[in-house]
Design a protein around this ligand. Structure first.
Ligand code: NAD
Length: 428
């Protein structure tokens, strides 16, 4: 045990624990997991109940904060805005949105990666839809105001501790993966990354001048029991609705935080989730297994740093970073009863292709679909958007990142057009 390393008082009060039961209630559809993106085969027919159902329902207006960011962020966010407009115009759902700066573009105007005003809007919004930040233009800005600081502040202040990253391979795209078709076809795994703790936030975090021409850089990996328990609980709850298997990854062979992670996961498993299969794997071996035989996994739960890397590896199994959506969920706000949430593509600002109109908007659009499902109880509408995306691939349309011989290459806006055309077809 490494209890002597633990601070006497928890760094954050564990009062607001995430339970998937809460999430199910909040989702309202009692099928929180069976509706993760892209799990169902694409079907061209319009699900007839979707619009009828939405027509019957008293329509609530949802307030969104859009933070497009830098590089390709604004390009892919523009396609989400078109989908939001489509939902509003068709009366399928009702959204109000406002937009603000984040990342390098915020630094250029405010000298910080997100302004206090934008943070207030984020805290007040029903959901934040985030594009991407960063780029070489800001490589030399002070560390504390670098573009990523805006993203980290949002995650921290909204307490978004659970990051869901599904990696699912569309049948039409199995050949776009860098792995052989048989390894990825039908892949459906979920990487659950702890998002508010660990080495990205641990203190001290500093560079010390040792005075002899040497400097020392210090990052600190810290995890408390409650942080591991609450993310573990989400993992087990998710697995129960899927294939009932959790693989917990850490580095207990070299890190005491890994020892505690392993112990807490084991204890939680015995105490509350004995019906779920729990497997432990060292994170480096896990990375290797992810590319050797990815279908062995169901839910992978891991810390902030390993989750960052492993989910990027999983991204390539699906063909391109441009395909991967994510949802980041926090606790329910005591005052408003709303669960804080932010939805963002896994990819970054892609400065190498920014401004060329070739970015794949699917990760961003699919992130919005996750918002429909997890923040607004609009599961059928999320299904519709995901089906529209699947149909576009079935018709042979591809952006450059997933293009293969015999398919038609489209730019960002044309891909958005194709998705809207499919939505139109559903709506009649
Ligand atoms: P990246 O994800 O921006 O790009 C990696 C590769 O994937 C590039 O070749 C890019 O062209 C391609 N790619 C990414 N998204 C794509 C899309 N939607 N369509 C087609 N191709 C796509 O990662 P990077 O190059 O390591 O980082 C670039 C900048 O983004 C850096 O400043 C980095 O710090 C930042 N970044 C931000 C986030 C974020 O905002 N969440 C995440 C990762 C990186």
């Amino acid at each position: 045990m490494c209890d002597t390393l633990a601070p006497a008082v928890p760094r954050r009060h564990p009062g607001s624990q995430f339970s998937l039961d809460t999430a199910i209630e909040w989702d309202g559809a009692s099928r929180y997991l069976s509706v993760l993106p892209f799990r169902r085969p694409a079907a061209r027919e319009r699900p007839p109940e979707i619009l009828q159902k939405t027509e019957r329902r008293a329509m609530a207006t949802h307030h969104l904060l859009l933070l497009p960011g830098d590089g390709i962020g604004p390009e892919v966010m523009a396609e989400v805005r078109r989908v939001i407009d489509w939902f509003n115009q068709r009366g399928v759902a009702s959204f109000e949105w406002e937009e603000d700066l984040v990342g390098g573009s915020a630094y250029d105007v405010h000298g910080q990666a997100i302004s206090e005003d934008a943070m207030k809007k984020a805290l007040a919004a029903d959901a934040v839809i985030f594009g991407a930040v960063g780029g070489p233009k800001w490589d030399k800005v002070p560390y504390e105001v670098r573009p990523e600081a805006g993203l980290l502040r949002l995650r921290k202040d909204l307490e978004l501790f659970a990051n869901l990253r599904p990696a699912i391979v569309y049948p039409a795209l199995a050949d776009s993966s860098s792995l052989k078709r048989e390894l990825v076809e039908g892949l459906d795994i979920l990487i659950l990354r702890e998002l508010t703790g660990g080495v990205y936030f641990g203190e001290p975090k500093q560079i010390i001048d040792l005075g002899n021409g040497q400097k020392r850089a210090v990052d600190t990996q810290i995890y408390d029991t409650f942080e591991i328990e609450r993310i573990g609980r989400v993992a087990f709850d998710l697995a129960r609705k899927r294939r009932n298997k959790v693989t917990s990854m850490e580095k207990r062979n070299v890190m005491v935080s890994g020892v505690l992670w392993n112990e807490v996961m084991d204890a939680l498993h015995k105490r509350e989730f004995a019906d779920v299969e729990l497997q432990h794997m060292l994170a480096d071996a896990g990375g290797m297994q992810l590319v050797r035989a990815p279908k062995q996994f169901d839910v992978i739960v891991t810390d902030n740093l390993f989750g960052d890397m492993l989910s990027d590896v999983a991204a390539m199994l699906t063909g391109s970073l441009g395909m991967l959506p994510s949802a980041s969920l926090g606790p329910v706000d005591d005052k408003t009863g709303r669960r804080r949430a932010m939805y963002e593509p896994v990819h970054g600002a892609a400065p190498d292709i920014a401004g060329q109109g070739v970015a794949n908007p699917v990760a961003m659009l699919a992130s919005f679909a996750m918002a429909l499902r997890y923040s607004f109880n609009l599961g059928a509408e999320a299904d519709m958007l995901e089906k529209a995306i699947g149909n576009v691939f079935d018709r042979g349309y591809r952006t450059a990142d997933v293009w293969t011989e015999g398919t038609e290459k489209l730019g960002t806006v044309a891909m958005g057009d194709a998705v809207i055309t499919e939505l139109d077809a559903f709506a009649g």
